[in-house]
Design a protein around this ligand. Structure first.
Ligand SMILES: Nc1ncnc2c1ncn2[C@@H]1O[C@H](COP(=O)(O)OP(=O)(O)O)[C@@H](O)[C@H]1O
Ligand SMILES: [Mg+2]
Length: 356
């Protein structure tokens, strides 16, 4: 029996629809209750699309997943897929360690070292917080003095998760482009007046400074999503007068717009990481080589339904809408089946072996 977290957001509703369609027994569980381990008794697997936008998830989702995995339960996302989620600090070390083409990245844990580096390096550089999405925590340090200001803040009062003004401005931009409705805009105003739980309860970011080489001249980024042995990709155009693509809402779904090297690289790294599912964001350096800016197991699933096909691990192309969430659950069911067969084989009495 597989357990699916009780929310209807994100991947959950796709997983539930899949089980209902295929007649697969499942149980809804509430990960936020203290007795979650008890709720899972008798289940073989848990599927939970935990989110970086819920302060509770960021407090304990990965701890729960690691604990369940230690107890022998299969989990989506599993530890290899999720320990670095919404954590660009972790991703820097991980991608360097496996030899992935990460944009050159620097991390400092004291103000003194960060300032010394900024005195000796060239600008612009990109400054990021470890978490966040839609480019909301990605800034350009155009000059040394801008970098110094960011560093002082990183080791001073830090950065508030409450970015209500920036959030409203972004909603207004999307509204003007016809990419979102009035209700969404109104929600932005609401958030200005009434801080969300995340605004109030997610800790401030401080005590580290994360910089990346600024890779100039990109008018889009390429996002490849790998689920097991399949991948789909799209291109996101950069906002006007900006360098950031993520969250722009300006998506190009043309297979011809995707550099296949990005897909090959994503497959290669994904195999190396042993991840169930990861999105890889690429930009291109001045020699047109793809470089990774970040990875993430979570994404907005409906955005990928418009892709007109997907690749298999051997780079063969298959037409049709990618069913990313279905693939997640199919892979998990396969793993459970393999485990069952392996343990049945273990139970088959072995032919007696005689010493020769
Ligand atoms: N080092 C970089 N050089 C140039 N552009 C970058 C760099 N890092 C990120 N970007 C741009 O900014 C966007 C957001 O950055 P990313 O690290 O993916 O953050 P987020 O988690 O908010 O998506 C990317 O989609 C890319 O267009
Ligand atoms: Mg991104």
């Amino acid at each position: 029996m597989i357990a699916i977290e009780q929310q209807d957001s994100g991947f959950h509703r796709y997983w539930v629809a899949y089980c209902l369609r295929k007649g697969i027994p499942f149980k809804r569980v509430d990960c936020y209750r203290s007795d979650i381990v008890e709720q899972l008794r008798g289940c073989d697997a848990l599927m939970w699309h935990f989110s970086h936008q819920d302060y509770r998830d960021m407090l304990f989702a990965r701890q729960l997943i690691l604990s369940l995995a230690a107890g022998g339960m299969k989990v989506f996302p599993d530890p290899a897929t999720s320990w670095h989620f919404d954590d660009k600090v972790g991703q820097k070390y991980l991608l360097e360690a496996v030899g992935a083409p990460l944009v050159p990245t620097w991390l400092f844990y004291t103000e003194r070292e960060a300032l010394a580096w900024s005195d000796a390096t060239r600008f612009p550089k990109v400054f990021k917080l470890r978490g966040g999405s839609g480019a909301s925590n990605v800034m350009l340090a155009r000059t040394r003095s801008e970098a110094r200001r960011l560093i002082r803040r990183a080791f001073g009062r830090g950065f508030s998760p409450r970015r209500a003004w920036a959030d409203l401005k972004e909603r207004w931009r999307k509204y003007r482009l016809g990419k979102t409705g009035a209700a969404d805009l109104l929600k932005g105003f609401g958030r200005l007046l009434l801080p969300s739980d995340f605004d109030r309860l997610h800790p401030r970011e401080k005590g580290y400074a994360y910089f990346q080489e600024f890779i100039p001249g990109n008018t889009f980024d390429v996002r490849v999503v790998v689920v097991g042995n399949r991948a789909c990709a799209l291109r996101r155009n950069v906002r006007r007068n900006d360098f950031r693509a993520s969250g722009s809402g300006e998506i190009v779904y043309d297979r011809a717009a995707i550099d296949p090297r990005c897909v090959e690289e994503a497959f290669r790294i994904n195999r190396r990481l042993g991840a169930q599912c990861l999105a890889y964001d690429f930009v291109f350096d001045t020699q047109n080589r793809p470089l990774i800016v970040e990875i993430s197991y979570g994404f907005t699933a409906p955005a990928y339904e418009k892709c007109d096909g997907y690749w298999l691990g051997d780079m063969t192309w298959h037409a049709g809408s990618p069913a990313l969430c279905d693939w997640m659950i199919e892979d998990l069911l396969d793993t459970l089946q393999n485990r069952r067969e392996a343990s049945e084989n273990d139970n088959v009495p072995k032919p007696e072996t005689r010493p020769i």
